[in-house]
Design a binder for this molecule. Structure first.
Ligand SMILES: CC(C)(COP(=O)(O)OP(=O)(O)OC[C@H]1O[C@@H](n2cnc3c(N)ncnc32)[C@H](O)[C@@H]1OP(=O)(O)O)[C@@H](O)C(=O)NCCC(=O)NCCS
Length: 174
């Protein structure tokens, strides 16, 4: 694929989801795993908008749920590519809850998702560069390099720990 550049704005995605009974825990609040699934879909659309290839999730940075989302509220999920490397892309995610009765919106979580563009065999392929335009996009672009270094180091440490606990062996039978 010819190497070309695209703007951050071109990768921006905004999704809305209404929290239904099937999405909630026994307290009537949105389940964290369901929210992360929606975030994953939003991030995947953003990554694909940028690279126009198939993509896979390679890593998700920490996700802290700072505000519960209640049944009947609307979840607003925004994603945009902050920086690209060779085949990988970092996508910044922000999530708000909207109360439709009051019209108020509150921030629920933020995170960074990492995706890799792949070919038909699932092998990484290069993606085009991103152009940060606004001051905030430029800050996020600069900081992305540091986040990537930390992410890869953390991944290395987790793999080391997995060896100690022999994770990856066959699970024990019930
Ligand atoms: C992601 C995948 C394609 C990478 O394949 P690979 O053969 O390990 O390729 P590489 O080691 O060259 O890594 C490819 C890119 O991923 C990046 N990467 C690898 N591990 C990473 C991590 N933990 N966090 C962020 N980026 C990571 C590499 O830095 C590299 O980036 P670059 O090309 O921009 O420099 C492969 O591991 C895979 O298919 N994993 C499963 C993905 C999946 O199924 N996701 C769904 C959820 S289970």
């Amino acid at each position: 694929m010819a190497k070309k550049e695209k703007t951050v704005a071109a990768s921006r995605v905004r999704m809305h989801e209404l929290v239904m009974p099937n999405d909630t825990n026994p307290l009537g609040n949105l389940m964290g795993g369901k929210l992360m699934q929606w975030m994953d879909i939003c991030a995947a659309i953003s990554a694909q908008r940028h690279c126009n290839r198939n993509v896979v999730t390679v890593a998700v940075d920490s996700v802290e749920f700072v505000s519960a989302v209640a049944l009947g509220e609307v979840v607003i999920i925004e994603g945009e590519v902050t920086r690209t490397f060779r085949s990988s892309m970092e996508i910044a995610m922000r999530v708000w809850a909207e109360n439709l009765r009051t019209g108020s919106k509150r921030l629920c979580t933020t995170s960074f998702y990492s995706f890799v563009a792949v070919d038909a065999d699932g092998k990484p392929v290069p993606v085009c560069d991103i152009i940060p335009e606004t001051d905030m996009e430029k800050v996020r672009y600069e900081q992305a390099e540091k986040r990537r270094t930390q992410r890869l180091e953390q991944s290395r440490q987790i793999r080391e720990m997995a060896k100690i606990f022999q994770i990856g062996e066959r699970p024990e039978e019930d």
